[in-house]
Design a protein around this ligand. Structure first.
Ligand code: COA
Length: 180
């Protein structure tokens, strides 16, 4: 059976739900145009709301197709949008990617979201590994993975082009959480 993800999850402080078309304005205002958030990502900061609308449409289409499951993260307390977390299944592996709007960094929020998603994924039949890569200079991302219980497995040389840094592929760390 193909892997599916729940349409709603929650942690102590967060709610996770799939994106909707109406989220584009919030995403654009909160982070998609922010160069600091995009620095270690594979996309350039958006220069128009239209780009963010296209991105949200792709996320919705991927949910429908079952190819990737991205979640909008918001605070339980006041419903404020804070970031996104994406899960991409490939066979027995789920790869994750994540980000937070800048004013929500440094509060341990992403660890909560990653742990909830990882616990769900590793509890599904046929899923044995949740993995993530991060640029070797992205210290906060590496630390978040360590705090989420992921183990550093190695360094992937010349693995990912980060267009906001250079057009040359750069080294990444690979981290994973696995079923015992
Ligand atoms: C990566 C990101 C999600 C981190 O989430 P967060 O909820 O702010 O992270 P946390 O609050 O749990 O803490 C970050 C940790 O990194 C540490 N850290 C931050 N900058 C650091 C640096 N330059 N060197 C070493 N450690 C650093 C902090 O001290 C903290 O660790 P601690 O709790 O042990 O003190 C967030 O910074 C972000 O959205 N960045 C932009 C997008 C991105 O890079 N996504 C990941 C792509 S792989």
């Amino acid at each position: 059976m193909p892997l599916t993800f729940p349409g709603f999850m929650e942690t102590d402080r967060l709610r996770l739900r799939p994106p909707e078309a109406a989220d584009a304005e919030c995403l654009f205002a909160a982070y998609t145009k922010d160069a600091d958030v995009a620095r270690y990502m594979v996309w350039r900061p958006h220069t128009s709301l239209e780009e963010t609308r296209d991105f949200v449409s792709r996320c919705i289409a991927q949910w429908k197709a079952g190819s990737a499951f991205s979640y909008i993260l918001s605070m339980k307390e006041d419903g404020q949008f804070i970031g996104m977390l994406e899960a991409c299944p490939r066979g027995h592996i789920v790869n994750i990617g994540y980000l937070l709007a800048r004013n929500h960094w440094g509060q341990g929020l992403m660890v909560e979201a990653i742990q909830a998603l990882t616990t769900y994924a590793l509890g599904q039949a046929g899923i044995f590994r949740v993995e993530a890569t991060c640029n070797v200079d992205n210290r906060s991302s590496a630390r978040v993975l360590e705090k989420s219980g992921f183990l550093l497995e190695g360094r992937l040389a010349r693995h990912t082009v980060l267009p906001n840094i250079s057009d040359q592929p750069r080294d990444c760390f690979i981290y994973a959480a696995c079923r015992p």
